[in-house]
Design a protein around this ligand. Structure first.
Ligand code: NI
Length: 175
């Protein structure tokens, strides 16, 4: 287990598509999950995807327990998704502000699906299926975007609603 450096926007490795995990329940996969967990915890992130620590496999972790970065967010239990697949449910969309450990100090407003169906595997190969909505759905979409080389600034609603957290907070745009 280790805290790993998080790649930042501009690093071309963040733009690569990640490959599906082929073998489950291996020491390598469990070590990757432990590194993601430690790194996310140390940086007080809401989520982290393997390519953000330079590992191009389709693995993400997320979870929120009274996160100071997201004071308004409802708690989400820690979840690890391997080879996730997302399917939009319904037509409804949501607008919300996002940040990213790979885009430190900045926030931007992004439109996401309001509800989705999630299918994935746990690190041991156990199937996971769930329907999620709201902030939980937002976090899942943000993390899974990383697996395709996408970051939240690619999905900004408008570049004027993008900036440094301190300035946005001073302007009353984010809590
Ligand atoms: Ni991110």
């Amino acid at each position: 287990m280790a805290i790993r450096p998080v790649l930042r926007l501009g690093d071309p490795r963040l733009r690569l598509a990640s490959a599906p995990v082929q073998r489950f329940d291996t020491p390598e996969l469990h070590a990757l999950v432990a590194d993601l967990r430690d790194t996310m915890a140390e940086r007080a992130g809401a989520g982290l995807a393997a390519p953000q620590i330079g590992v191009h496999l389709r693995v993400v972790i997320y979870g929120i327990t009274a996160n100071p970065r997201y004071p308004e967010a409802p708690p989400i239990p820690e979840t690890v998704l391997v080879n996730p697949r997302l399917t939009r449910l319904g037509e409804e969309e949501q607008l919300g502000w996002e940040g990213c450990l790979s885009v430190p100090g900045l926030r931007g407003e992004v439109r996401r699906w309001q509800r989705l169906r999630l299918e994935a595997f746990g690190p041991g190969g156990e199937p996971i299926a769930a329907e999620v909505e709201g902030f939980h759905a937002r976090v899942v979409q943000h993390e899974c975007d990383h697996l395709d080389g996408l970051l939240f600034p690619d999905r900004l609603v408008c570049t004027e609603r993008f900036g440094f957290s301190e300035e946005l907070r001073a302007a009353g745009l984010i809590p």
